[in-house]
Design a protein around this ligand. Structure first.
Ligand code: GZL
Length: 329
């Protein structure tokens, strides 16, 4: 009998230790977190200056000095890579999942797995379409439709006396919130202004290389157009490269009017030089905003479900070097 009780006690001690070991490891690939908060971040890619500034902001915020360990995964603009990253973060038992969705559709399954694992999901930058908004804790980003409306309002003022306006439209990643909102803004303007016409529309995937390819094609197909509406700075750089080669005048001093989005440092440099006529800001500095949300969650508070960042716009005719020097990206 005594032997039986001793065996039972050994079994109980071993079981209890194993459970504790399991709990001890929970939370992250870094053993028992070593006291750090582990953040898994699935980033769209490195396709643009904006994206690099966004990644930099997250890295500068979620570092060991501030008490965090960041696991950053670059999806190279592929949704399947982001879904794989989210599943990896779940397996690693990170404390928080942050992701910038490359497109709006197709996230429910992966996010439901994160929810079932009890890991809060914070969406940054672009938005998702879902029938169940309990699948994410909150979102912080830009109002892309408002960005498009801001650019179109400037066009309506600038071209108010024009009977017709031929527009070339370079779109971002098709299906991304940034592309959807900026395109909707332009489309609404075209419907409001009967003389406006989009003569050619194609995606440049938010990259300079593809922006140049699209503009090279346009220059071969169309002798004249009045505006190129580029949904980010990098596609605008590509379009301007192609127009330079074709000796097609553009910018403040005449020729094609160049509209851009992001207002990155290089984009504003092109604006103050008169190469880009109007540049609408899209603020990438999400690191501090996400950290505020995480601190709210740690303190048992409920962050706003949606948080829009304030954004400005810059006109080549009025922008100053002080405007540019004052900016963090
Ligand atoms: C906007 C962001 C867009 C930028 C592009 O919030 O999603 O993606 O406008 C970037 O530069 O590639």
């Amino acid at each position: 009998m005594k032997k039986f009780i001793a065996l039972g006690l050994c079994f109980l001690i071993l079981t209890f230790t194993a459970c504790n070991q399991g709990n001890k490891d929970s939370g992250s690939p870094f053993g028992n977190n070593d006291g750090f908060i582990v953040v898994g971040f699935s980033q769209v890619g490195a396709e643009s200056d904006w994206r690099l500034a966004n990644t930099k902001s997250m890295r500068e915020t979620f570092n060991e000095e501030n008490g965090y360990k960041l696991i950053l995964k670059d999806a190279q603009q592929k949704q399947e890579n982001q879904i794989a990253a989210i599943r990896e973060f779940i397996a690693q038992k990170v404390d928080y999942i942050v992701f910038a969705p490359v497109t709006e559709e197709g996230w429910d399954d992966a996010l439901r797995e994160a929810k079932n694992a009890g890991i809060p999901v914070i969406i940054v930058d672009r938005m998702i379409k879902t029938s169940d908004d309990s699948l994410y804790t909150c979102w912080v980003g830009s109002d892309f439709r408002k960005e498009g409306d801001t650019a179109v309002a400037w066009m309506e003022t600038t071209f108010k006396d024009r009977a017709s306006l031929k527009i070339v439209h370079l779109q971002g990643n098709i299906g991304s919130s940034a592309q959807i909102g900026r395109t909707e803004g332009l489309q609404a303007g075209v419907e409001r202004n009967k003389g406006w016409e989009v003569i050619y529309r194609a995606t440049g995937d938010f990259t300079q290389v593809k922006g140049k390819e699209v503009m090279e094609f346009v220059l071969k197909q169309y002798d004249s157009f009045d505006v190129v509406y580029c949904e980010n700075d990098n596609m605008a750089y590509g379009a301007m490269e192609a127009m330079d080669v074709a000796k097609k005048p553009y910018g403040l001093n005449g020729g094609v009017t160049v509209i851009s989005f992001d207002a990155t440092h290089a984009g504003l440099d092109a604006t103050i030089k008169g190469r880009i006529n109007y540049n609408v800001e899209c603020n990438p500095l999400h690191g501090p905003r996400v950290e505020t949300i995480i601190k709210q969650l740690i303190n048992g508070e409920t962050p706003d479900k949606l948080a829009y960042v304030d954004e400005a716009a810059f006109d080549a005719a009025t922008i100053t070097q002080e405007d540019i020097d004052a900016r963090a990206y």
